[in-house]
Ligand binder design. Structure first.
Ligand SMILES: Cc1cc2nc3c(=O)[nH]c(=O)nc-3n(C[C@H](O)[C@H](O)[C@H](O)COP(=O)(O)OP(=O)(O)OC[C@H]3O[C@@H](n4cnc5c(N)ncnc54)[C@H](O)[C@@H]3O)c2cc1C
Length: 407
């Protein structure tokens, strides 16, 4: 059942339309193709996108000028939540990462020329993009300050050299958003920049797709890429020179929340599946749904899902008010990632063997949900941010008032 939040009428209407669209149009395709072990082609996604446009749920987060519905971040979020109920939901309504984050960055920091060339076709679904930041062992991962990739100015061009991996959708993308060091003397947070690199540029060498478990159901690779003397024009610098980390933060804050929104839909689908199973399946003379241990577990799962969605709304409202809300976003990310994994696991437990079987979506949701604890910052990195914030403003008087510490 759906809970009540302080969403606007527009957001509630969007949620209802998206939910109906996902149930009527997307889940049947998911069941026929994905759960049937068949390939989900670009044509299938294009067809779902046409239907999403007709239904008025396509790209709710993008301004009307660039082909979206022009809703605020806070109002569009209900569509992300509903889209997350199916693995094919986010690409169908064009709220899928990494494109969604890249569209947001372009809209925020791109020049008019960059927006015309890249943003419009991205929103239309005519091209795909990737965000290339994480590097192999000696480079930047959880600690982005370790970034090794460089971009050197040569006349009116930049020359990029480096090695990245886990670049989602790198192989399928038409354009890569690459983070590189542009001032080797400066601290990386003050000496990195973002570049827009067409994938066909000479020197972009896709080494391989890193083999991995699961996926999101629709041809998303995680590429290992060498950038070998890749020359791009000055005009492909995105945002200001040396302000790449500041831009990345503006991208990643909302992007982390959109992950929370989509994955909360995953948890909702898993719970709905488990509720239907335990209501229909009998054991020891009664429906599983009558066993109190199961009722309590499902009640706890629903409560935690409600907490996730409430936290996301709180952080999204702060961002909408112009705050960076770093601690709130980190709290949300780490709590949502762990809660969604826990809920999907609980839902699986009460569906018995069928949880592992591919007839139900649970095993796909389970494999897909596990990545949530790494992407856009592992749990420990977000806990580090939260801990730094809470430890920064402790009050020494809290122990001075305890007599035995004063002696
Ligand atoms: C499915 C998927 C898609 C991805 N897509 C992209 C993408 O499109 N673009 C991109 O650039 N990257 C992408 N990534 C990479 C992702 O951002 C990184 O995995 C993440 O930032 C962690 O970096 P790492 O894997 O190098 O982990 P490492 O830095 O090697 O860390 C390993 C582990 O150490 C622990 N750890 C790290 N720091 C601390 C600490 N301070 N205290 C305690 N423990 C710590 C954490 O548990 C962490 O998981 C993707 C990853 C996955 C799994």
């Amino acid at each position: 059942m759906s809970r009540t939040y302080d969403d606007s009428d527009q957001a509630v209407e969007l949620a209802n339309r998206t939910r109906e669209f996902i149930r009527q149009e997307v889940i049947p395709v998911e069941q026929e193709l994905l759960l049937g072990g068949n390939e989900v082609s670009q044509e299938v996604i294009d067809d779902l996108r046409d239907k999403a446009r007709d239904t008025g749920v396509y790209a709710p987060q993008v301004s009307e000028e660039y082909g979206g519905l022009g809703l605020s971040f806070r109002d569009a979020m209900t569509a992300y939540e509903q889209a997350g109920q199916s693995l094919l939901g986010p690409p169908s309504i064009r709220v899928d990462g990494p494109d969604e984050g890249n569209m947001h960055t372009l809209e925020m920091a791109g020049t008019e020329t960059q927006k015309d060339r890249w943003l419009r076709p991205l929103v239309d679904g005519k091209i795909r993009s990737a965000f290339s930041m994480t590097e192999p062992m000696q480079g930047g991962g959880s600690d982005p300050k370790m970034i090794q990739t460089t971009a050197e100015k040569d006349g009116d061009e930049w020359i990029i050299n480096g090695h990245k991996w886990w670049t989602s959708q790198g192989t399928e993308s038409d354009v890569l958003f690459v983070m590189a060091r542009t001032d080797l003397e400066a601290h990386p947070y003050e000496g990195c920049s973002f570049f827009i690199v067409p994938t066909e540029t000479p020197g972009v060498e896709i080494q391989r797709d890193v083999p991995h478990m699961s996926g999101n159901g629709w041809g998303v690779s995680h590429a290992e890429i060498i950038y070998d003397n890749v020359r791009i024009p000055e005009s492909n610098l995105l945002g200001e020179r040396d302000e790449g980390f500041s831009l990345a933060q503006q991208r990643l804050g909302p992007a982390r929340l959109t992950h929370c929104m989509r994955f909360s839909g995953t948890a909702e689908r898993a719970l709905e599946t488990a509720k239907a199973y335990v209501a229909e399946r009998r054991s020891f003379g009664e429906p599983l749904a009558d066993k109190q241990v199961i009722r309590h577990e499902l009640a706890d799962a629903e409560t935690k899902l409600h907490a996730v969605r409430t936290m996301v709304r709180n952080a999204a409202s702060r961002i909408a008010d112009g705050e960076e809300a770093r601690t709130e976003v980190s709290m949300c990310k780490v709590f949502a990632a762990n809660t969604v994994n826990e809920i999907v696991d609980t839902a699986m437990q009460y569906c018995g063997a069928n949880a592992i079987g591919r007839d139900l979506p649970l095993s796909y949701l389970y494999e897909n949900a596990r990545v949530f604890r790494f992407v856009d910052g592992a749990d420990e990195v977000h806990r580090r941010t939260i801990a730094k914030d809470i430890m920064d403003d402790y009050d020494p008087a809290m122990i001075d008032t305890v007599t035995r510490f004063q002696q």
